[in-house]
Design a binder for this molecule. Sequence first.
Ligand SMILES: *[C@@H]1O[C@H](CO)[C@@H](O)[C@H](O)[C@H]1NC(C)=O
Ligand SMILES: *[C@@H]1O[C@H](CO)[C@@H](O)[C@H](O)[C@H]1NC(C)=O
Ligand SMILES: *[C@@H]1O[C@H](CO)[C@@H](O)[C@H](O)[C@H]1NC(C)=O
Ligand SMILES: *[C@@H]1O[C@H](CO)[C@@H](O)[C@H](O)[C@H]1NC(C)=O
Ligand SMILES: *[C@@H]1O[C@H](CO)[C@@H](O)[C@H](O)[C@H]1NC(C)=O
Length: 559
Amino acid sequence: MQILVPVFAVLCSCPVWSKHLEPDQDTSVPEEWSHAGRLAPSDRVELTFALRQQNVDRLRELLKLVSDPDSPQYGKFLSLEEVASLVRPSQLTQKVVQNWLQSHGVKDCQSVATEDFLQCEMTAHMAETLLPGSEFHRYLNGQRSLVRSPSRYSVDEEVSKHLDFVGGMHRFPPSMQAVSRAWANGKQREAGFHLGVTPKVLRTRYNLTATDVGSAENNSQAVAQFLEQFYHPADLSEFMSLFGGGFKHMSKVDRVVGTQGGGKAGLEASLDVEYIMSTGANISTWVFTNPGRHETQEPFLQWMQLLSNMSAVPWVHTISYGDDEDSLAAAYMTRIDKEFMKAGVRGISMLFASGDSGAGCRHLTKGGNVFRPSFPASSPYVTTVGGTALRNPFKMTYEVTDYISGGGFSNIFAMPDYQVSAVNDYLKTMKALPPSTYFNTSGRAYPDIAALSDNYWVVSNRVPIPWVSGTSASTPVVGGVLSLINDQRFLKGLPPLGFLNPRLYKLLGRGLNDITEGCHLGCLDEQVEGKGFCAAPSWDPVTGWGTPNYPTLLAALLD
Ligand SMILES: *[C@@H]1O[C@H](CO)[C@@H](O)[C@H](O)[C@H]1NC(C)=O
Ligand SMILES: *[C@@H]1O[C@H](CO)[C@@H](O)[C@H](O)[C@H]1NC(C)=O
Ligand SMILES: *[C@@H]1O[C@H](CO)[C@@H](O)[C@H](O)[C@H]1NC(C)=O
Ligand SMILES: *[C@@H]1O[C@H](CO)[C@@H](O)[C@H](O)[C@H]1NC(C)=O
Ligand SMILES: *[C@@H]1O[C@H](CO)[C@@H](O)[C@H](O)[C@H]1NC(C)=O
């Protein structure tokens, strides 16, 4: 019997030559999101187009030069305008993309100073014809509503050469946030006995004296938050009145960029602000907050675009955000990595939490387990912060590994030069390494540095909450310390630290308390029995080089 090809199949409006930009992007819907129907053709969506940049090799080279203390160009950072003239997409790229959008009726677009992102509003119908294969659906999770495409999109092959990816299609907000163990097993834990981490504990442990606070005129630091939660100014001032004794500090955030959500304050949001302002005391603090204004936005991507559109931003940014590397498209991660380079050449320090699942674990479909690196922690162009715990939670003796501290080796990014010898030393001298099939020794290894991540006190919704833990606590603590060092550099007329890693690895641990005890979590299987990597003298993939000892770290970084 002959099967007739239906005529409409031939007349399909799909371009014959169309290409997936992110074929390896996970398009599954996380289980906490429930389906709430397909968008009507006239519903509006907002998508982000990442245009292919120019001179990326030059950008990478420049970042090396301005971040390497032995280079004559050390600290000679670029302005946003200079970055723009370097990476701005070619005339051809801009024309091809614009013509393509216009020919589909997409007119409502906004660009950024570097011209490498376009953010456009259009109807769902226009988006679905522009991006064959895509289909826009709404998903709900509690109060939140998002629009995503559960099927892959493609673009015209001619256009695909000029785009890195399209944002707003597949990625759901990852959940990485501080956890309070205060109500473990439904029972409130006794808070009175243990020491608990407060600004005083941190300042004592990291050797900050009462006068180690910021005083330079134009110094500033920022926390960026992408969850549907916000910090409450009243919580911050209550936190400072409870715990801010003994050092000069600010009790107010200087600037909020973006939209603070309504409703209750979040633990994570309160934590970040309260602690960056405790180590980075008396330093102007900004909060970038973007829970996703539009249902199709990706809040993290919105923030990256904002950085490319603001010529003056704080020098240090701390971010508690991460997702499994294997759930993200390589094209997406590679492009975001270039955004980190753009920030680095401007002298901006980007600090990311290393994650709270130790080495992580991924079950392969073909059987067996491997560790599971997290991104952006695994990017070679950010400084990744791990976590430690006090050996004795009732006394301030010394620090050991916090078993949750994220760490490991990237499967996407090759090991950068600055860390090759430190990482190889670890691999060579460490006797009890996990089986080599669990991790990729050619990849970027993290974290780079660490701080306490266990048992913090946080004020949220006017209530002091104990037992708050996670690398989202250690990251703002290290951020504040770097801001203090920037401050001293500014007072001496020096430029900021910028991208720290090339210099950090050259210190060989000088100015840091080496953490040498304990292991973090790994796969719960017979081969590794719940263990990932273990800490060791010098650098290790659990706590990096260790935790800051402010006076010696400052001395090592003050030229
Ligand atoms: C970037 O800034 C310009 C000028 O302030 C503004 O017109 C534009 O909308 C901004 N771009 C985005 C994507 O917000
Ligand atoms: C810093 O702290 C450590 C441990 O808390 C201590 O041993 C050391 O003497 C302190 N001072 C300096 C300048 O390192
Ligand atoms: C706090 O910072 C301001 C500048 O923002 C400075 O004038 C002041 O002296 C600082 N306070 C202390 C105690 O250093
Ligand atoms: C601080 O910033 C202002 C405005 O950008 C500038 O005029 C001033 O010179 C800066 N001060 C210092 C000490 O860099
Ligand atoms: C190991 O990492 C490299 C990057 O350094 C990557 O190219 C390679 O695909 C990774 N291998 C696996 C099995 O993921």
